[in-house]
Design a protein around this ligand. Structure first.
Ligand code: SF4
Length: 700
């Protein structure tokens, strides 16, 4: 404040990092941010923030920002700065050339959960209407796509059931595969306050996360499972609930599909699904599973209380990620813990607009609002509005696009605000696939890892330069307001629009609010959403149509599930293919730290780098001693996919046989060693289970 002077005016906007979606007041002097303060009226954060959001503005004007479009013929050529017109007409010419040579479906694109709803909607529209293909996918593919599948199959829609504030009415909290203190800090503060008031806690995590024994908090149960055995544990919990008579029979009879419940009951009752049968597999003592199941089912308060589940990427990023989401949904229905304040199933979304990017039709099989592309009624609505004929066949997912590139049938990719060359697993495979393409167009604020394989670079806008909306993990749609003009001269939606026009498909929006009006007109879950309403109410939660409160729906599935009756599905545990062997005897799992965000492209360019300067490998003292590794030593980590080197932290936070690292620094190469195994239903990568060997090495 002293250096930059006193603020002259302020703009309320939304944090661009995690799915909590905190509101901030950006205090400005001219077009320069002086500081950012958490906004007291923000409904997701009520005046709180974490150190990520507090210093988020630092990267917007970092010296690494690129503001001029660039092109080059080959990825080994130097970049050449060009005008917007030249860059866009070059990209459009290349895409049309490639399509006329290799076919319409030889191109595709990737949307970003860091972009607004309006920007994301426009990219998928560009791909479907201007490219003429359904080869569109989102970075949510690699994080919460199993949430989309699992909650869609059981409840009928892919979204968290509650507000964050609802936890103030929760008596038993079950946190599965999430570390809110590091990943979702403002929600963690709310959660810890409730726990200090006496709410009970069950943690399901291979690692001894902070919540297990934070000050004045003591988890009642820590089910410290082996990575990759989530489904064994959730099925064992269900077994106890069914066989010990803990099912909320009245709720199930009224709210759930009886046939599916009966099949599920028979499945989980089998002796092979008991906690005792799974003890060896999961490593969790059966009596802990039984105790946790009784506590969750009863909800505390003599069986009259509320239990809520919060889960993260430790659930989804597995070969059985979708099965695990289904298992969580089953458990909550069986105990009657869906549809009122204080209960529910709540995915903690990694990026700020994961919910929104999925809502906006970024998946190759779904139009906006999670409606299947094969549905001719839905398709005809979009065809009439967009003036095109849409392909009824689903397109390619990100991993399929990459595989097709290596096979020679996929040749051009448009990537907005995403960095698959760093964030996707087995980065050697990604690099080979990108190198095999004839035209890669990257739109980003920095020359990221993917841009190394690009032929066209289109400078993007940071969140401070954006005008639009983000949707947080509670389905809350908040305004992102422009704090300063785009450094490149163009907003991201204007770039996409210009690309469409260069391809010969006309787009003529003059403001993002017009894009939202189109979204609302074509997407039932967004019916009733408008910039005017959000400005007036502060934020709205979808659905917010004429059948709901004006501000929308705080709690989903109150009288009925979105699909009508809740559907149970069996959750057969299948061991992951990623096996430990003599050669790879340890299991590596991954996570985040408080001060850094995802691959660090933003936070590493802010003050946050002061608190966390490198990714390290956590290793148990027993495994460290066996290898002669001491705290701070350099260790080589080798997997079936690759190898990297990190410094070691010897700690009992991890159990013997398990090692752990974060993935915030590209030079650490966490994703060089993760494999390309993926979820059976959605291809979400199995980041959380990689068999590795660790050995002491000299400093690299
Ligand atoms: Fe809030 Fe998440 Fe931003 Fe932190 S990173 S300020 S918790 S939205």
């Amino acid at each position: 404040v002293i250096e930059l002077g006193q603020p002259e005016h302020s703009v309320i906007t939304t944090c661009a990092y995690c799915g909590v979606g905190c509101s901030f007041k950006a205090e400005m002097k001219g077009t320069q941010v002086v500081r950012m303060l958490p906004w007291k009226d923000g409904k997701a954060n009520e005046g709180h923030s974490c150190i990520k959001g507090r210093f988020a503005w630092g990267y917007a004007t970092h010296k690494d920002r690129l503001t001029r479009p660039m092109i080059r013929d080959k990825i080994t050529d130097p970049w050449r700065e060009v005008s917007w017109d030249e860059a866009l007409s070059h990209a459009a010419g290349e895409f049309r050339r490639i399509q006329s040579t290799y076919g319409r479906d030889s191109v595709g694109g990737i949307t970003s959960s860091r972009c607004t709803n309006e920007e994301t909607y426009l990219v998928q529209k560009l791909i479907r209407a201007a490219f003429g293909t359904n080869n569109v996918d989102t970075c949510a593919r690699v994080c919460h796509s199993p949430t989309g599948y699992g909650l869609g199959q059981t409840y009928g829609t892919s979204a968290g059931t509650q507000t964050f504030k609802s936890v103030e009415h929760t008596d038993v909290v079950m946190v599965i595969g999430a570390n809110p203190s590091e990943g979702h800090p403002v929600f963690a503060s709310r959660l810890k306050k409730r726990l200090r008031q006496g709410a009970r806690l069950i943690v399901v995590d291979p690692r001894r996360i902070d919540l297990v024994d934070a000050p004045h908090i003591k988890a009642d149960f820590h089910l410290q499972l082996k990575p990759g055995t989530n489904v064994a544990v959730i099925t064992a919990l269900a077994h106890v609930i069914v066989t010990e008579g803990l099912v909320n029979e009245a709720y199930v009879a009224e709210r759930c599909d009886p046939k599916s419940f009966q099949q599920w009951r028979e499945f989980v009752s089998k002796p092979e699904n008991s906690p005792e049968a799974f003890e060896q597999v999961s490593g969790v003592p059966a009596e802990l599973v039984r105790g946790a199941a009784r506590l969750y089912a009863g909800g505390g308060r003599g069986g009259q209380g509320n239990s809520a589940i919060f889960y993260g990427l430790g659930v989804t990023e597995h070969a059985q990620g979708s099965t695990m989401v289904i298992g969580i949904a089953n458990l909550a229905m069986a105990c009657g813990m869906v549809g009122r304040e204080g209960v529910g199933v709540n995915p903690l979304r990694g990026q700020n607009n994961v919910q929104g990017s999925c809502d906006m039709g970024s998946f190759p099989h779904e139009l906006p609002g999670y409606r299947h592309i094969s549905d001719s009624t839905v398709r005809s609505q979009f065809e009439a509005a967009w003036g095109v004929t849409l392909n009824p066949e689903p397109g390619l997912r990100i991993p399929n696009m990459l595989d097709a590139a290596l096979e020679g049938s996929f040749k051009a990719l448009y990537v907005q605000g995403e960095d698959p060359a760093q964030s996707d697993p087995n980065t050697q495979h990604v690099a080979a696939a990108l190198s095999a393409m004839e035209c890669v167009v990257v739109q980003d604020i920095f020359l990221n890892e993917t841009a190394k394989y690009a032929h066209v670079f289109l400078p993007g806008a940071s969140f401070l330069e954006k005008d639009g909306t983000f949707t947080n993990a509670e389905r809350r749609i908040s305004r992102v307001r422009q704090v300063m003009p785009p450094l490149s001269g163009k907003a991201d939606w204007e770039v996409t629009q210009a690309f469409a026009n260069a391809l010969g498909y006309p787009m003529h929006y003059s403001h993002p609010s017009q894009i939202m009006d189109e979204i609302a007109a074509l997407t039932p879950s967004f019916a009733g959403v408008s910039f005017e309403k959000i400005e007036r109410l502060g934020s709205v939660q979808w659905p917010c149509n004429e059948t709901t409160d004006e501000a929308g729906t705080a709690i989903m599935h109150v009288d009925r599930f979105v699909r009508g009756k809740g559907r149970f599905l069996p959750t057969q545990y299948v061991a992951t293919d990623e096996k430990v062997t003599r050669r790879f005897p340890l299991i590596l799992t991954t996570g985040r730290v408080l001060s850094q965000y995802n691959v660090g492209a933003q936070t590493r360019r802010t003050e946050n780098s002061r608190w966390h300067e490198e990714d390290r490998l956590e290793i148990h003292p027993h495994d460290a001693e066996e290898r002669g590794v001491q705290n701070g030593d350099w260790v080589g980590i080798t997997s079936r996919a690759g190898e990297t080197v990190l410094r070691a932290t010897v700690t009992e936070r991890v159990q013997p046989g398990v090692v752990y690292t974060t993935f915030h620094f590209p030079e650490s190469g966490a994703n060089v060693i993760t494999t390309d195994s993926s979820d059976w239903a959605t291809n979400c990568p199995e980041y959380k289970v990689t068999a590795v060997q660790v050995a002491r090495v000299t400093q690299p």
